[in-house]
Design a protein around this ligand. Structure first.
Ligand code: SER
Length: 336
């Protein structure tokens, strides 16, 4: 049977997504914003942050300097931009949060509540919010930590993520707001620098290895943690946001895992490329945070519900990081 053009009906209503990214200049935003612009068009992605901006984010598309702690500003930006998706990335991470627990709680919770409220009022607005392995604590299973486990987080960051997950589920169940979330492990990236996290050593180490050939690690040599390379993290985020609504069974946040390694293991891997690389250890308060987290994560729900598969293992990640950072250094020297 032929379908003639005049009676053809689209089965799916197409709409142009208009996207707002808060905390756009942070570690995730620096890489997620370009990926969203490539996918949805640069005229459809508004990057926003309250801090001084990353030059590329402004040059390559729409940018708004806005503080997500101000609900009026947030609602105005969302309504002027006709926003249909918010990626709310602004947050204080684990180690930094411990120096000002009340401040971290206020920022992490209030900003999330502002976003959830603004999205609820707009109707048909989807939200992405990052959770973290920090929702787990010393009483959670250490290895292959399951989706549903005992959660007694040891940091204010973890407490705010755990409470935030429950708020996301609440808004979904109570108001039907389509909020989606991932429990990111430590994220390793070459473009955006992390700030104030416990897993940050696994990024700093590359910069020192290339610049000075040594690194003084703030964790003990055998402290194993779950990690994820940023290209995988960005892909996971886009895949979750694209996933079929009916297939999602987790409305708190999905466990997600890429690889696990210790400082000693990553140093050995780096030495395969930089044989003289030297590692020393001076553990500080972050050691206690690190050992409160699982060493690996069971992410079977993400695999089952929306087909999650990580690509990068430790060896491939280290080779790619070193290659990318060397290329960036070369480019900067050439154009300096
Ligand atoms: N990377 C984060 C931190 O170390 C954990 O989600 O705080």
């Amino acid at each position: 049977m032929f379908t003639t053009l005049y009676n053809w009906q689209p089965t799916i209503e197409m709409r142009t997504e208009k996207i707002l990214v808060t905390g756009a200049c942070g570690q995730i935003g620096t890489e997620l914003v370009p990926a969203l612009r490539a996918k949805y068009g640069r005229e459809n992605v508004i990057a926003s942050d309250r801090h001084p901006v990353t030059e590329d984010l402004v040059r390559d598309g729409l940018y708004v300097k806005a503080d997500v702690m101000n609900p009026v500003t947030l609602e105005r930006v969302m309504s002027h931009g006709g926003v249909t998706q918010v990626y709310h990335l602004a947050a204080v991470l684990s180690a930094k949060g411990e120096s000002d627990p009340r401040g971290a709680w206020d920022l992490n919770m209030q900003s999330l509540l502002n976003v959830l409220e603004a999205a609820r009022k707009r109707k048909d607005c989807r939200v992405f919010w990052p959770s973290s392995i920090a929702v787990f604590g010393p009483s959670s299973p250490r290895a292959a930590c399951p989706q549903q486990a005992v959660m007694e987080p040891a940091t204010v960051y973890g407490i705010s993520k755990l409470a935030g997950e429950q708020w996301c589920r609440y808004y979904f169940e109570k108001y039907g707001l389509d909020v989606r979330s991932l429990r990111y492990p430590g994220l390793i990236s070459y473009s955006g620098l992390p700030g104030g996290g416990t897993t940050d050593y696994a990024v700093d180490i590359f910069h020192r290895a290339l610049e000075k050939g040594d690194y003084n690690c703030f964790l003990k040599p055998d402290t194993c943690l779950p990690m994820l390379y940023m290209p995988d993290a960005v892909r996971a985020t886009l895949e979750l946001m694209d996933a079929d609504f009916d297939r999602l069974t987790v409305r708190t946040a999905y466990n997600l895992w890429g690889m696990s390694f210790s400082p000693r293991q990553i140093a050995e891997e780096i030495r395969k490329h930089i044989p003289d690389f030297k590692m020393a250890y001076a553990p500080d308060f972050r050691q206690e945070i690190a050992v409160s987290w699982p060493t690996s994560i069971d992410d079977r729900f993400a695999r089952r519900d929306w087909g999650w598969r990580q690509e990068f293992e430790l060896g491939a990640m280290v080779s790619d990081m070193l290659r990318q950072l060397a290329a960036m250094k070369e480019k900067n020297t050439r154009y300096a």
